[in-house]
Ligand binder design. Structure first.
Ligand SMILES: NC(=O)c1ccc[n+]([C@@H]2O[C@H](COP(=O)([O-])OP(=O)(O)OC[C@H]3O[C@@H](n4cnc5c(N)ncnc54)[C@H](OP(=O)(O)O)[C@@H]3O)[C@@H](O)[C@H]2O)c1
Length: 350
């Protein structure tokens, strides 16, 4: 049996890191090499992730220094960075400075989503932590870019993945006109491990509310990524909502059809865009989050009435929207089958 390649993770105790550990546990070609934590260095990983005890029972969180020395010695073939935005760029810059090895990096934060770091500054209100590395990262949903165009990759994020899965094929098909009006609902894990008033169980349970309507960072992010991929500059109006569940995203994209387009041609364009993409299923009826949570799959459909269309997309924010999408990139960067370690179906009833 071929050796599994060792992989490092930074931002170890986060929700996305937990999902990366879960995916690595059954990956046929990759395995955990080191997982670094700033807050829990030395703590057994199973103490933070008891659900993973059977596969990490002898592993403790390393310090970033320990992970760095393994990386520089060639002991890690790839690295996932799953820290908050702003924290990722400096740690990646530190790990790549003077590094002559063949290791690849996939960043899951927002730090390398923009080719122009001025856009990062405008949207996130802070200077970029490693502008010299912006050209070394390519950001897209893996389904939208055939070859791997850069040395390292940046994951677009969970809401953005769902929006781009709908928008990019629409823009490429020319079947729609004008702005995209998007409403999205996310589960509470989308906000990460640190408790907030808006993720507190009594607030969230049996509740539904919008936040930052028409003023969310993901709208300009999606616009910039879609422009780069398609050459089309489409306005994106986004109203995100907090939903009463832990994981999953549902979005609805609405807008106007181009002349001569209809629901049938829209659905056909989506089917064509994703016909050989194993993780995106184009379906004929509105998709449900329970049909994808826990898996790396997204489901999408389209419908139209008169000159209006609606496209619905569902995915798991922590898998296809984070760790799973990032694993697709890592598989590609290491010349592995893109599907490796990602074909386990979801449990549905969670
Ligand atoms: N949650 C989602 O659904 C989702 C989806 C797509 C993308 N993302 C992105 O993925 C990244 C991780 O998300 P998450 O939900 O896993 O977040 P999280 O649960 O808050 O975990 C992030 C981890 O990063 C480390 N960290 C926190 N502050 C840090 C700092 N200032 N400097 C360095 N490390 C720090 C901490 O781990 P240690 O103390 O162990 O180092 C923390 O547990 C974020 O950038 C997020 O935007 C999340």
């Amino acid at each position: 049996m071929p050796q599994r390649l060792p992989i490092g993770i930074v931002g170890g105790t986060g929700y996305v890191s937990g999902e990366l550990l879960r995916l690595l546990a059954t990956h046929p070609s990759l395995k955990l090499g080191s997982i670094a934590s700033v807050s829990q260095t030395g703590t057994p990983v199973a103490q933070v992730f008891p659900n993973l005890a059977s596969c990490v029972d002898d592993v403790s969180f390393a310090s970033v220094d320990e992970l760095e020395s393994m990386w520089r010695d060639g002991g890690l073939r790839g690295l996932f960075c799953a820290t908050p935005h702003g924290a990722a760029a400096p740690v990646i810059a530190r790990l790549l400075e003077g590094y002559g090895g063949s290791g690849r990096v996939v960043d899951i934060s927002a730090d390398f989503r923009f080719r122009d770091v001025r856009t990062f500054r405008e949207i996130y209100g802070q200077d970029h932590g490693a502008p010299q590395l912006a050209d070394e990262f390519f950001c897209a949903v893996p389904e939208h870019s055939a070859p791997t165009p850069a040395r390292h990759a940046a994951h677009p994020g969970c809401f953005a993945t769902a929006m781009l899965l709908g928008i990019v094929p629409l823009l490429r098909s020319g079947l729609t006109d004008g702005p995209f009006h998007i409403a999205g609902v996310t589960g509470s894990t989308g906000s990460g491990r640190s408790p907030l008033a808006t993720t507190h169980h009594p607030e969230r349970h049996s509740n539904l509310y919008a936040y930052r309507p028409l003023n969310h960072r993901h709208a300009p992010e999606v616009r910039a990524i879609a422009l780069h991929l398609t050459g089309e500059d489409a306005a994106v109006q986004f109203v995100p909502h907090s939903g009463p569940f832990a994981r999953g995203i549902h979005i609805t994209i609405q807008g106007s059809l181009a002349r001569s387009a209809d629901g049938t041609s829209l659905l056909a364009a989506l089917k064509h865009a994703y016909e050989d993409r194993p993780f995106v299923e184009v379906v004929d009826t509105p998709p449900r989050i329970k049909d994808v949570v826990g898996s790396n799959r997204a489901r999408i459909t389209a419908t139209a009435e008169a000159d209006c269309f609606a496209v619905m997309v569902v995915l798991d924010n922590l898998v296809k929207g984070a760790a799973g999408g990032a694993m697709q990139w890592m598989n590609r960067l290491l010349d592995l089958d893109e599907r490796a370690g990602l074909t386990i179906p979801g449990p549905a009833w969670i």
